[in-house]
Write a protein that binds this ligand. Structure first.
Ligand SMILES: [Zn+2]
Length: 295
């Protein structure tokens, strides 16, 4: 199974504060030739390049960070989810600081940015990762599994001991338009009771009621919500961003229960480890070659 590689048509940029660092950065997306892949470029550090691949992940607490040596780019998942939803396979992401701006806490600004740049279809194909048997990760009562399918379908369930969140579940059939409408607008969320702890750990410094749904023990402090079940929608958004680190499109039916960034990441690692033995036979040789770049 193959799809056409894609980049964008023009340079586009967006600026804002980082959720955890509190540092203001500008991100510029630039088109690149087919086969380049997705790469973060630290323009403030001599153009140091960090591949947007699972092998580059360095931290997963509260957000996904990729890095090389001592240099990193944090909170990449909302931008990467948009890149994946737009089918972009080749792109340079220039950034002049350590963290992707949080903007409004959702992926909508990034979707609008990529749609404004326009998508350019390239003249080569990329193999799609398709599992041929289930892959599962179970940790206590949390789980995430993928079973074979020709489409990417995500069924996500959360269960928070909180009066506003509680149990939410959503069945999402992945595609640009469905992502734009149902998932991209869902914002990140955090609890007041965690804020002091996070700040003491150097996190959430840029967090505010402008870029995060803030909850206390009783409810939402800065409503209204964009969806009644905005929380599970944001979990799907994060999962799509974490799946983007596979480095090529993936299809399958994913069922996740009470997972999060760290678990998404361990699941992606498990998929990549299993990939050479469980992907569809006709593409094994090509995929094994592609996967060599992840080691
Ligand atoms: Zn998120």
């Amino acid at each position: 199974m193959f799809v056409q590689r894609k980049t964008i048509n023009a340079n586009v940029s967006i600026s804002g504060i980082g959720l955890h660092s509190g540092i203001y950065t500008t991100v510029e997306l630039r088109p690149v030739p087919a086969g380049s892949g997705i790469t973060f470029v630290r323009s403030d550090l001599g153009g140091l390049r960090i591949a947007a691949l699972q092998a580059s992940t360095t931290a997963l607490d509260h957000a996904t960070t990729v890095g090389k040596d001592d240099v990193s780019v944090g909170t990449v998942e909302h931008l990467l989810s948009s890149i994946m939803a737009c089918g972009i396979t080749d792109l340079d992401i220039h950034i002049d600081g350590p963290e992707i701006p949080i903007i409004d806490g959702s992926a909508l600004p990034f979707m609008h940015l990529i749609d404004a740049a326009g998508v350019r279809v390239l003249d080569t194909e990329i193999p799609v990762l398709r599992v041929t048997q289930p892959i599962e990760l179970v940790e206590g009562d949390r789980s995430i599994r993928i079973t074979p399918s020709n489409r990417l379908i995500i069924k996500y369930k959360i269960d928070f001991d909180h009066p506003t969140i509680g149990r939410e579940s959503l069945h999402f059939d992945f595609g640009h338009d469905s992502f734009l409408r149902k998932i991209a607008p869902a914002r990140t969320f955090g609890f007041m009771r965690d804020v002091e702890k996070l700040r003491a750990a150097g996190l959430a410094r840029g967090g505010s009621v402008e870029n995060c749904i803030v909850l206390d023990d009783r409810g939402v402090l800065n409503g209204p919500l964009r969806f009644k079940d905005e929380f599970v929608r944001h979990k799907i958004l994060d999962l799509v961003g974490d799946l983007a680190l596979i480095g090529r499109p993936i299809v399958g039916e994913i069922t996740a229960y009470r997972a999060g960034h760290a678990m998404h990441s361990r699941f992606v690692e498990k998929i990549l480890r299993s990939a050479t033995s469980t992907i569809s036979r006709p593409e094994t040789a090509v995929a094994a070659k592609a996967l060599g770049t992840f080691a």
